[in-house]
Design a protein around this ligand. Structure first.
Ligand SMILES: [Zn+2]
Length: 148
């Protein structure tokens, strides 16, 4: 299994494309601190099937942080990790009614004051999963669904 590397989406070129596949073509740059700092801008083609937590590739937009598993230049898996704007993250995550009733509210994302990003999901071990800043009194975006 390839390591996950963080990449910023800088520009989305088109949605397509080859042989009837559902893809998004974009320019990305490695997030600071990534192992691939020597690489500057790279054009990547991501198959919609490789997007693990995004249903619609059209939701991929600039200023989204993706966790990519690359094999050469091929994107094996792409996970939406964070975005600068809540509205962008919210749209890209889409609406997913839970398969089963929830016992309580679920954390959809949190805002980290360390990296200034909205990060999808629950913080791990009370630290930001992007920058590692310890988190206290986080503004959380909570998704609560009726369980009735
Ligand atoms: Zn952070």
């Amino acid at each position: 299994m390839a390591d996950t590397q963080l990449w910023w989406v800088r520009e989305v070129h088109n949605f397509g494309g080859f042989f009837g596949g559902d893809t998004v073509t974009l320019t990305a740059t490695p997030a600071p601190g990534g192992r691939c700092d020597a690489v500057k801008e790279t054009t990547l083609v991501i198959d919609e099937k490789a997007l693990s937590n995004v249903d619609d590739r059209h939701a991929i937009a600039p200023e989204i942080l993706l966790g990519l598993q690359l094999v050469g230049e091929r994107v094996e898996q792409a996970e939406l990790v964070a975005a600068r704007e809540w509205s962008v993250l919210h749209t890209a995550l889409g609406d997913h009614p839970p398969a089963a009733p929830l016992a309580g509210p679920q954390i959809r994302a949190y805002h980290c004051s360390g990296c200034g990003l909205w990060v999808a999901g629950t913080p791990s071990a009370e630290a930001c999963r992007v920058c590692g800043t310890a988190l206290a009194d986080l503004p959380l975006a909570v998704m609560q669904l009726d369980v009735g």
